[in-house]
Ligand binder design. Structure first.
Ligand code: C5P
Length: 219
């Protein structure tokens, strides 16, 4: 069984996907974390974000591990724990440029399909229902108003002690969505057979309940 959860930035995909996976006893895979990990390593290596071949070479050398623990997911690159640094505004500001390169996406898609092979998974991202797992039995497209997405991101950053400006966050989210939607290879798009779930004004519990109910209708 595969569940694909896609949607724009800050729609709550990670939290919801993790909770759904927990409830259904499935493996949770956060594909955004994979693009973020490559971006972080590239920034550290001063690799230009426009150099597709160099980025692909970096990715080919990386051993990327997503580990689900009791208190969330941890991300490792070559045994180094990069869970926190992949969430900084610097990485967030560059990740869509890195993720637009076809050679990068090709390898990421291969890794993601391999992780999902012969397992029940809940995978979240931008192109899971349309491209990575087109045969997923349940596809959800999760959205929320841009105001609410910025507000959630603001709270999340504050909790981690990072100050941010609401208006700037809204502009950054809109710009990231634009880049993710307009790229040529596997853009952010609702799959034709995905169910649209607008979470504006809905608590996490309600969203999780709704997805679990949709899953139960399928099995
Ligand atoms: O989900 P998250 O916001 O962490 O994703 C970070 C970025 O990774 C997205 O803005 C997008 O550019 C890229 N991404 C992608 N395809 C995916 C998951 C993430 O292009 N399946």
């Amino acid at each position: 069984m595969k569940i694909a959860i896609d949607g724009p930035a800050g729609a709550g995909k990670s939290t919801v996907a993790r909770r759904v996976a927990e409830q259904l006893g499935m493996l949770y895979i956060d594909t955004g974390a994979m693009y973020r990990a490559l971006t972080y390593i590239a920034l550290r290596a001063s690799c230009p974000m426009t150099d597709e071949a160099a980025l692909r070479a970096l990715l080919d050398q990386m051993k990327l591990v997503l580990d689900v623990t009791a208190d969330g997911q941890r991300v490792y690159v070559n045994e180094e724990d990069v869970t926190d640094p992949i969430r900084t505004p610097d990485v967030t500001g560059h990740v869509s440029t890195v993720a637009a390169h076809p050679a990068v996406r090709e390898k990421m898609t291969e890794l993601q399909r391999e992780m999902a092979r012969a397992r029940s998974v809940v995978m979240d991202g931008r192109d899971i229902g349309t491209h990575v797992l087109p045969d997923a039995e349940l596809k959800i497209f999760l959205t929320a108003s841009i105001e609410e997405r910025a507000e959630r991101r603001l709270r999340e950053l504050e909790q981690r002690g990072i100050a941010a400006d609401r208006g700037q966050l809204m502009a950054d989210i809109a710009e990231r969505d634009r880049k993710d939607s307009e790229r040529e290879t596997a853009p952010l798009k609702q799959a034709e057979d995905a169910q649209l779930l607008d979470t504006t004004g809905l608590g996490i519990d309600r969203v999780v309940e709704r997805i679990v109910a949709l899953y139960e209708e399928q099995v």
